[in-house]
Design a protein. Structure first.
Length: 165
């Protein structure tokens, strides 16, 4: 597979993953562009791996973590991100989803990464471990701690939840 074919087929999935990791549409697009530029330069080596998509996803997660570490010295965060208006029929579901996403956003970076890769990207522990550069046991530990924190915060902030983690 050529780099152009890969980029054409996987860019939207990579942007979705980056959006979930960064919680910023524009930063996600920049992050994917940055990672694809790095992948292009190394495509000969990446394409020879068993799973080039896992390699590029790992690059994306690592780039996000690197950006997160540098962010405090370069960028100023805002108190709230404005949300696009939805229809009245979806108001309750949207409010619930937003409240849960806010809870996910408050998790530590590695726990949030595990939750995003597991529940939004539907990856198993072994693949997540490969992307994050840790063991599958560490992934399970991060997931367990993240879910416990989400349950605890959910009980305090969303009393009438219909489904759970």
């Amino acid at each position: 597979m050529t780099f152009e074919e890969y980029a054409f087929a996987r860019t939207s999935a990579l942007i979705r993953l980056a959006r979930l990791l960064t919680d910023d549409e524009h930063r996600a697009e920049d992050l994917v562009q940055e990672v694809l530029a790095m992948a292009y330069a190394r495509w000969g080596r990446i394409s020879r791996t068993d799973r080039p998509d896992a390699y590029v996803r790992r690059m994306l997660v690592n780039a996000h973590h690197s950006w997160w570490r540098r962010r405090s010295s370069r960028e100023v965060s805002v108190a709230a991100v404005t949300d696009r208006a939805g229809t009245a029929d979806e108001a309750a579901a949207l409010a619930e989803r937003d409240a849960l996403w806010q809870l996910v956003r408050e998790l530590p970076t590695r726990q949030r990464t595990v939750i995003v890769l597991r529940y939004y990207e539907d990856l198993d522990d072994v693949m997540i471990a490969e992307i994050m550069g840790c063991s599958a046991g560490t992934v399970r530990t991060h997931a367990k701690r993240a879910l416990a924190a989400l349950r605890k915060r959910q009980d305090a902030t969303i009393p009438a939840r219909t489904g759970g983690f």
